[in-house]
Design a protein around this ligand. Structure first.
Ligand code: NDP
Length: 454
């Protein structure tokens, strides 16, 4: 059967069995179609029903999380852990606490994680988890009570050789600490079951910076192929969380100029370059809205979400050489992509997971001249450094920041090389969507075939 027909059948199956899981459908569609050159060349993947198998998680766990708020009332949220694939190693992927979390979001993130983790060249399988709990506006003790209740169920399903969760949106060092404390209390084990831990109790130096720094290392690699460099480039960045902040920090390290950042309420444009000290103080220390940035820097412009262009986002309408979407999924639309093209943007480098909508991606790849780095390759530095944390935990070692950063840079160079060389191998030089998906898929699929019908 021609592979296109096979892919359509599988997508129909996903639609039927996962109704309303739009982001999961979007991610599956992108991955499956990009595999066509491989499927047409090698029949073993279709013959072994790999496509049917890989789109179904090995296990999806959904659980109730009851926790006590500060008023003494019991609150209820939903908890998820989707263990997608353990073909090449223990499940690995972050936990997201955000009101938009549902099974479809966790499945899309877990599915992407399979290929991302394979691309790192490390032995880690794919998973993702989280809750529709909203940490915003909660007290420290409410966050702790929620994390303890969440782990009271999750601990049954994870372990250092089984499934190793980490952070994501809404889950940073504080939440990992509370989750780890509860895991230890319940199991009596002090081990590397979570990554993103505190530096004094098993964490890795450089983990906090890894996704953002890695994203910039990836962009530098891509530009080099076209005889370009980051130096002097005007860069727009969305988000103002972990990934966005350390993307901007590393951009300054390459003498590029990050001129924007955003949060769920609005966008800052600061033409002379975002002031990192002010941004870190607002977001990391005081956890305030970005609006306060203009009080410190009156020459910056703040655009609230309510006045974003229809079908678009203010941040992508700022003229730039390179765009780094680093906030959340589907935050860069077709409208935005067209404006980026007309403003002369040469590269979109995804820091977030699937920040580009399907129609925008199609336009960028087929109708524009913009280079495109897919998130599953460009943001893999975070999970790669999580694996470095696991290695340090297993050997009871702690590497210096410089040692971790050198390893991260080598891994990002290798990920780029793998994705790029695979695009060349399949006659689509520079199409890193195909290159990354094919390279990641091939590794996992071969392992599935070698391990038999499990
Ligand atoms: P954070 O929670 O630290 O920051 C997220 C940022 O995005 C915040 O500025 C937040 O604004 C903004 N944001 C979140 N949701 C929305 C929304 N619906 N609309 C507009 N803005 C939004 O998360 P991270 O920086 O860790 O993660 C960002 C992205 O990178 C995610 O896609 C994540 O999956 C991906 N990623 C993260 C990795 C990591 O190591 N942390 C690794 C690989 C990928 P506000 O504060 O107002 O909510």
């Amino acid at each position: 059967m021609p592979s296109t027909q096979k892919i359509e059948e599988i997508l129909d199956y996903i639609k039927e069995c996962s109704p309303g899981q739009n982001e999961f459908y979007q991610a599956s569609q992108e991955v499956l179609y990009s595999l066509l050159p491989l499927l047409n060349r090698e029949s073993k993947y279709v013959e072994n029903n790999i496509l049917e198998r890989i789109v179904v998680p090995e296990r999806s766990i959904i659980f109730r999380v009851n926790w006590m708020d500060d008023a003494g009332k019991v609150q209820t949220n939903l908890g998820y852990r989707v263990q997608f694939s353990s073909s090449i190693g223990p499940y690995k992927g972050g936990l997201r606490f955000h009101p938009t979390v549902n099974l479809g979001i966790v499945k899309f993130l877990g599915f992407e994680q399979i290929f991302k983790n394979a691309l790192t060249g490390l032995q880690i399988g794919g998973a993702k988890g989280g809750s529709n709990f909203d940490p915003k506006g909660k007290s420290d003790s409410e966050i702790m009570h929620f994390c303890q209740a969440f782990m009271s169920e999750l601990y049954k399903h994870i372990g250092k050789n089984r499934d190793v969760p980490a952070g994501d949106i809404g889950v940073g060092a504080r939440e990992i600490g509370y989750l780890f404390g509860q895991y230890k209390r319940l199991t009596g084990e002090f081990d590397g079951v979570l990554t993103g831990k505190g530096l004094d109790w098993g964490g890795s130096k450089g983990r906090k910076e890894a996704t953002g720094y890695g994203s910039v290392y990836f962009a530098e690699n891509f530009l080099k192929v076209y005889n370009q460099a980051l130096k002097g480039k005007v860069c727009t960045v969305s988000g103002s969380g972990n990934v966005a902040i350390y993307t901007m920090e590393k951009l300054y390290g390459f003498d590029a100029i990050p001129v924007s950042c955003s949060d769920s309420k609005g966008t800052i444009y600061h033409a002379k370059g975002i002031d990192m000290e002010s941004l870190k103080s607002i977001k990391e220390i005081h956890k305030e809205s970005l609006k306060s940035y203009v009080t410190l820097h009156p020459d910056a412009i703040y655009t609230p979400v309510a006045s974003y262009p229809e079908g678009g986002h203010a941040v992508w309408h700022i003229p730039c050489d390179i765009a780094f979407p680093s906030a959340t999924q589907n935050e860069l639309t077709l409208v935005d992509a067209k404006v980026l093209e007309s403003n002369g943007c040469i590269l979109i480098n995804e820091g977030a997971n699937m920040p580009t909508t399907a129609d925008a991606l199609e336009y960028i790849r087929k109708e524009s001249k913009i280079l495109f780095s897919p998130g599953k390759a460009a943001n893999a530095g975070g999970v790669a450094t999580s694996q470095l944390e696991m290695s340090q935990n297993a050997s009871m070692a702690q590497w210096t920041f410089e040692e971790v950063d050198i390893k991260l840079r080598t891994i990002m160079n290798d990920i780029f090389k793998t994705a790029y060389e695979t695009s060349v191998e399949f006659d689509c030089e520079g199409d890193l969507v195909k290159g990354a998906n094919i390279a990641g898929f091939r590794k996992v699929a071969d392992a599935m075939i070698e391990q038999g019908a499990i």
